[in-house]
Design a protein around this ligand. Sequence first.
Ligand SMILES: [Zn+2]
Length: 474
Amino acid sequence: MDWDIVIGLEVHVQLNTETKAFCSCRVSYGDAPNTHVCPVCLGYPGSLPVLNREMVNSAVMLGLATQCRIRPFSKFARKNYFYPDLPKGYQISQYDDPICYDGYVDIETGGVKKRIGLTRIHMEEDAGKSMHGETGTLIDLNRCGTPLLEVVSEPDIASPQEAYAYLTTLKQIVRYTGISDCNMEEGSMRCDANISIKPKGRKAFGTRTELKNMNSFRNVERALIYEAERQRRVLESGGTIVQQTLLWDDQSGSTKIMRSKEDSHDYRYFPEPDLSPVFVDDAWIETLRAALPELPEARKRRFIRDLGLNEEDAAVLTSEKEIADYFEAVLERCHDPKQVNNWVRNEILRIASETGKSLNASPVPPAELAGLLLILDKREITPQTAKAVLDDMAASGKSAAAVIAEKGLKQISDSGELEALIESIIRENAAEALRYRNGETKLLAFFIGLVMRATKGQADQSLSRDILTAKLEP
Ligand SMILES: [Zn+2]
């Protein structure tokens, strides 16, 4: 039998605000345990939460970037559950009036475009972290109260590959808005997946399971492939799927049961009485819309349309905002998009991966690369020399002009100097010169090689070629 796969994803994005969602404790990662806590995030009786306006800004920004409708009046709710890493015994979240709803993200898999609907984006707070050791469990509450956005997709995702594309695209959009770095390893982006299968073409959904504990996009894809296959085997052998939460185990490449899946009524959501509703008026929304950067898809289309770049180059350059920003900063000074693209894609990204530094902190800032390319355009150095100069610039932090002057790398374009050199080369290789004059013209490459070797690659190649051809004429 053929089966349809139905996948919905819930993505948690940890916001990079200065302070927590409802208190003034700093949002931190990797600091000593329990150093960023206060009565509010520790859930002391009588303490009162105060909404962080930056969390609302971030929610609206992401809502606008994903074509959501923004709810002018949204409320917070308490989601009750007991975990030791959430001392209040409830999480402040949003339930029936999330701040953003009805949006979408356009994805592409294997050249096919598809629109994935977003049910909602809501604001909530994170829990702390339990660390299970051999002597017991320790709790770090630094993360408790960190602002999160939960992005819930419609069950529009029809394959593990589409799930991967959706996550990649969503991450790109979030990073462009600047509200989170979306680092899955540090937990600033987390994903849970709901998956079910049904006979091909049938309308009604099958029973779904929920997958948790996947720490990379590739693992989400692997877990979904595994779980779709498991469900197919169960159903084809006459069994039934039980609604439950499964933990992905990366080591064994399989899932294990965590708990039977709860429904939302199990959480006893009720309106949060300590926070007033959030009113977001049009003026607030428009201020944020104006602050929104050009988004990746639009920027890619502009690079193709206005700069004449091909689809692949434009996709690489716009994959991260900082790459696109770097590229455009260089382009302001040198005006050949294809040349700048080649240098950024081949050399600057290579240096970034070798040094482990992002383009924002590149040892060769945009103005310095532009300086090198302008010198290259004036043919003061050869392209081969330029690459070596760039590596020197990256290592020393010096400008192109300084490296070239220090190492005497200027291209030799002085025809008098080259003529003298070429005459002596021809004298020293009289046999080859004779063969050339007798018609073996492919020996020209041999002579050019000698000129380049004698000048350590600094001779102007086309000028050398002209002089050689003239001097070797019978
Ligand atoms: Zn606090």
